[in-house]
Design a protein around this ligand. Structure first.
Ligand SMILES: Cc1cc2nc3c(=O)[nH]c(=O)nc-3n(C[C@H](O)[C@H](O)[C@H](O)COP(=O)(O)OP(=O)(O)OC[C@H]3O[C@@H](n4cnc5c(N)ncnc54)[C@H](O)[C@@H]3O)c2cc1C
Length: 372
């Protein structure tokens, strides 16, 4: 069995900040480290709607994990974590390998739950995992360039709304798409302010995107909301929000009621202090921190500092305090974006320019560290 001083499980937004820290300052204590993650890159979700709308190439929104590992002296182990024994300090990969560790940092993101929620359908294209979504949608789009397509986007959160706009603005098909957005009974943009909801409602209507505030389900091969059949539908994009994978709870790690890993303000497991977790797979128990890319990114430096502290025998000092509100930018696919900060919301080309600047700066910083 291979043994590492520290294993990063999942190349998510927080663990890549750890890799970046190790590229800049060396692995703490000269430790022997590995990253267990399935792909040699991270697909940055913030740029996926832009790729879909045709603003970016598929490769533009990727962080090169393999190159970061090489620069940081970290071994990349290709695979999914499917099991964790926190007592014996072992993770198990889907290739059957058991890997022993002294310290672990888990950032595998959340998992999709579309099939459980909607029912199975071959047209289902779930946004999680993001790499699979991009590959599946790309294959569908290549095979269906001709003829008008009717797309159903299920999920009224920021991701679903942005994907609906992107689909309505896809320039790469011969004919424009007809898009229907099914938000669920929670309605459009739950958790966001009334002003953003009003702007989004107006913009969706302006694009001819039908919005249905009801739950969707697949019955006998057809998509329904209540008694209304939405067929014909060519593809069903499911952006339903996320669920926790089974393996943290099954392994005996302390988790919240939904199965997300319970962590303290240092991102440290409540039950097993040699395990850290961040991003969508973790839940802070001392305060509410929503699952989002913004918070996963901002937690990264905290995680890096705390791993450096424990690996060099120092006290934990770094904790993440989210700002009272976060800036969310939702591209409308036409060169404008909706901006939301707390109860304030606005729309304009400036918001889209700001989004592009933030996204490309983030990607460029990692490309530079990876030596591109
Ligand atoms: C379309 C869309 C747009 C979005 N846009 C935004 C936005 O603009 N702003 C925002 O704040 N949030 C946005 N989000 C939410 C955001 O994507 C997530 O909150 C964010 O990706 C969470 O980051 P993470 O580090 O937890 O995990 P992820 O980004 O999901 O990364 C997880 C990594 O772990 C790997 N992995 C997965 N499973 C395993 C496993 N079992 N073992 C090992 N490795 C594994 C994956 O391959 C991946 O590299 C968007 C979501 C969607 C669906």
């Amino acid at each position: 069995m291979r043994r590492f001083d520290v294993i990063l499980v999942g190349g998510g937004h927080a663990n890549i900040a750890v890799l970046a820290d190790w590229v800049r300052k060396g692995t703490p204590g000269g430790g022997h480290a590995a990253l267990l993650t399935p792909q040699p890159f991270l697909t940055y979700s913030g740029m996926v709607p832009g790729w879909l709308a045709g603003r970016y190439q598929r490769e533009d929104g990727r962080v090169d994990l393999a190159a970061l590992c090489q620069r940081a002296g970290v071994e990349w182990i290709a695979g999914h974590c499917v099991g964790l024994d926190p007592e014996r300090q072992i993770v198990v990969s889907d290739r059957g390998e058991q890997i022993a560790f002294a310290w672990a940092s888990i950032d595998t993101g959340a998992v999709g739950r579309a099939r459980e929620t909607l029912g199975d359908d071959p047209r289902l294209c779930e946004v999680r995992p993001m790499d699979r979504f991009v590959a599946q949608f790309d294959a569908w789009r290549s095979a269906n360039r001709q003829g008008a397509q009717r797309i159903a986007v299920i999920g009224g959160g920021a991701g679903g709304v942005e994907l609906a706009f992107a689909c309505a603005n896809m320039a790469s098909l011969d004919a424009p798409c007809e898009v229907v957005l099914v938000t669920g009974r929670g309605g459009l943009l739950p958790g966001f302010g009334g002003r953003l909801k009003a702007l989004a409602t107006r913009e969706l209507a302006g694009r001819g995107i039908a919005v249905i505030a009801d739950d969707a389900r697949v019955l006998d091969g057809a998509l329904y909301t209540g008694a209304q059949c939405l067929e014909p539908v060519d593809i069903i994009i499911a952006a339903l929000g996320s669920a926790a994978p089974d393996w943290p709870q099954a392994g005996g790690l302390a988790c919240d009621a939904a199965g997300f890993i319970a962590v303290d303000r240092y991102q440290r497991s409540l039950s097993h202090p040699h395990i850290f977790a961040a991003g969508d797979i973790a839940t802070r128990t001392d305060r509410a921190v929503p699952h989002s890319g913004v918070h996963a990114v901002h937690t990264g430096p905290v995680l890096a500092a705390n791993l450096r502290a424990v690996l060099t025998g120092k006290q934990l000092r770094s904790s993440y305090t989210p700002r009272p509100a976060s800036l969310y930018l939702i591209s409308c696919g036409d060169g404008t974006a909706l901006a939301s900060y707390g109860a304030c919301a606005a729309q304009g080309r400036w918001a889209q320019a700001l989004k592009q600047r933030i996204d490309s700066r983030w990607i460029a910083a990692y490309a530079k560290l990876a030596g591109a």
